[in-house]
Ligand binder design. Structure first.
Ligand code: OXD
Ligand code: MN
Length: 620
């Protein structure tokens, strides 16, 4: 069934050699990889080990196996060719921040925003849990590259897992298979070691643990994407942010998009918003007619993660380390995000959405107004969709997901695979804020922009377990993802600004979610966000003026192009969207002062000075 099956000659553990009947031969001569995989085999004791070479033949066999065991369901192959469905346990539907740890030797290196445990203690706690956990199961050894193969910014990981779902998702989300070892070579030890077992999917013993000093990730008792696709949050953000600090680059929770102007020039922008605040939508935006008619176009480079490094010309360049999108399904429709929906039409995996049993297609809240009558809801019960919804139930879990190959995306950037990345002109921060934060404003300079990033807060969503709608601080949208002390992270940002000097991208803050006194959103969002991007680009080019306020540079109302939506956005609404309310901002300053206290001595003096300066300007 598999491409290469044979006796595994490299196993250095006699006990495991005896017990394991057959194992696929290792795909690499790299002794560091082989020694580590041997160690993981000895620990978890799988019945069988399969190295993932990434061939179609092998992946097809795995798909068939997952379908035959019921782990996955094959969807309508005419309407959704190559698409599969998977459902996780109801207790396992989101990232679990309270069970996510950064294990550095010194507690202060993890900082107050991370759960910390001494690495020795954590290894001692987890090792017995992994001991023999793969007995009766197959271990899949997944080599993968984060970033285009051959890119100087790319990095290699190896994940061992007992889940075919993980293998098939990693195939979409990363450059997976033997080719990843080409990047690593036969000697290097520079790869991230990821150990995953779904074990019993026991929430009480669920752990998502990063050991940044060991380049290692251990995840157990979960099968939900954000906890188990170890290339994504665990590696490309938590471990990579730690690596980036040591190596002079940045790993950020940011989308990357290119705006092509009528003259053909493309300006690249990154944006950091907390989970489920519309990064995928902004990354794939379709501009309103008044822009497309002039020849504007938006290209997607990434929707979730950016790795950024100064290039030879001194500018900041970004790659998307991922190869696909792990997007939130509910709310995605032809109007909100045509391109994301189009990306899910082939070779995609759907997790925890609803199934239309009549034609084996998928449905979620916000897809359209017609829930399927003969539906299977996300937990697996067959229900009458319209009645079920009318009773106030959700057919799809609010954090249900699609995993879709980037190459499916109609607006994927021609630079997506460029190993050098794309040069960044602007970086945007934002969150969901009903009040206080205006539609858009620009930082005075990089240091002020770093302060603005450190002050990001947002009303919570369903992407992480816990209450929804509560305001929480989420600096740079990295609170759940920064692999080291947040104060050191801000210092690294300030340091990067010094290196970039006047070539640094300009920094902005946006808020698509401001509400009026009746609780209605004032800004239409989605494609209309192009109007804000346009102002941002003009600011980068120095072709539009701004009003200097206490919080930064704000647009003059007439400089946001409202062609086609003048009726919706009256000048009164625009004034409210751009309002800077002194009292609300002074309350924000007081609240930030409290928030920063936890960082103690590690709060960079520059951030403190920015806060003081903001207060003085507000009072001035
Ligand atoms: C995600 C998240 O899945 O941020 O991207 O939670
Ligand atoms: Mn994310």
């Amino acid at each position: 069934m598999f491409a290469r099956v044979g006796l595994y000659g490299l196993c250095r553990f006699d006990a495991c050699k005896e017990r394991i009947g057959y194992i696929m031969a290792s795909l690499t001569k790299n002794p560091n990889v082989n020694a580590w995989v041997d160690e993981m085999i000895a620990l978890t004791k799988p019945d069988k080990v399969v190295w993932i070479d990434g061939s179609d033949e092998q992946l097809d066999a795995l798909r068939d196996e997952a379908v035959s065991t019921g782990e996955m369901i094959r969807l309508n192959q005419e309407e959704l060719p190559g698409c599969l469905y998977h459902r996780t346990l109801p207790n396992d539907v989101a990232r679990v921040e309270d069970r996510t740890f950064i294990c550095t030797k010194k507690k202060e290196d993890a900082g107050p925003t991370n759960n910390w445990c001494d690495p020795e203690e954590m290894y001692a706690k987890l090792t017995p849990m992994y001991d023999g956990v793969m007995k009766g199961r197959t271990m899949y050894v997944i080599p993968y590259s984060m970033g285009p193969i051959g890119s100087p910014l790319a990095k290699v990981g190896v994940e061992v897992t007992d889940s075919i779902y993980v293998v098939l998702n990693m195939d979409i989300m990363t450059r997976m298979g033997a080719k990843a070892f080409e990047n690593l070579g036969d000697e290097s030890d520079d790869f991230v070691r990821g150990l995953h077992s779904k074990a019993d999917v026991d929430p009480e013993n669920r752990y998502i643990v990063q050991f940044p000093e060991d380049n290692a990730i251990w995840s157990i008792n979960s099968a939900y994407g954000g906890n188990v696709l170890l290339g994504k949050k665990c590696f490309a953000l938590r471990i990579a942010s730690f690596q980036g600090r040591n190596e002079g680059w940045m790993a950020e929770h940011m989308l990357i998009l290119g705006v092509e102007k009528p003259d053909g020039e493309v300006k690249y922008i990154t944006a950091a918003f907390p989970s489920a605040c519309g990064k995928t939508n902004l990354a794939m935006l379709i501009p309103p007619a008044c822009y497309t008619e002039k020849g504007y176009k938006v290209w997607t480079v990434g929707d979730d993660i950016a790795w950024l490094k100064p290039g030879k010309d001194g500018r900041l360049y970004a790659i998307n380390p991922e190869n696909g999108f792990f997007g939130v399904a509910p709310g995605t429709n032809a109007k909100s995000n045509f391109n994301a929906l189009a990306s899910t039409k082939k070779n995609a995996i759907f997790t925890n959405v609803a199934i239309n049993n009549d034609n084996m297609t998928v449905w979620w809240e916000g897809l359209d107004k017609n829930p399927p009558v003969n539906a299977t809801e996300w937990k697996g019960a067959v229900v009458n969709g319209p009645e079920y919804v009318a009773e106030g139930n959700k057919l799809a879990h609010p954090n249900s997901r699609f995993t879709a190959p980037a190459e499916n995306c109609p607006c994927i950037s021609p630079e997506f695979n460029n190993p050098e990345g794309v040069p960044i002109s602007a970086m945007i921060f934002g969150g969901r804020r009903e009040k206080t934060t205006p539609l858009v404003y620009q930082a005075f300079d990089w240091e002020h922009g770093t302060f603005i990033g450190s002050a990001v807060s947002s009303e919570t969503t369903a992407a992480a377990a816990g209450a929804v709608g509560v305001l929480r601080h989420d600096p740079m949208a990295m609170k759940p993802f920064c692999g080291y002390h947040m104060g050191d992270y801000w210092a690294h940002w300030i340091e990067m600004g010094k290196i970039l000097g006047d070539k640094a991208p300009k920094i902005f803050n946006v808020n698509w979610f401001k509400k009026d006194e009746n609780g209605n959103f004032m800004w239409p969002g989605f494609g209309d966000n192009m109007r804000v991007l346009d102002w941002i680009i003009k600011r980068c080019e120095g072709t539009v003026d701004a009003q200097e306020t206490a919080i930064g540079y704000l647009p003059k109302p007439e400089d946001i192009d409202l062609t086609g939506i003048e009726d919706e956005i009256t000048s009164e609404t625009m004034n409210k969207l751009l309002d800077v309310d002194k009292d609300l901002w002074l309350a924000e300053v007081a609240e930030l002062r409290e928030f920063y206290k936890q960082f103690g001595d590690k709060l960079p003096a520059e951030i403190k000075a920015q806060l003081d300066a903001l207060e003085a300007r507000l009072n001035g």
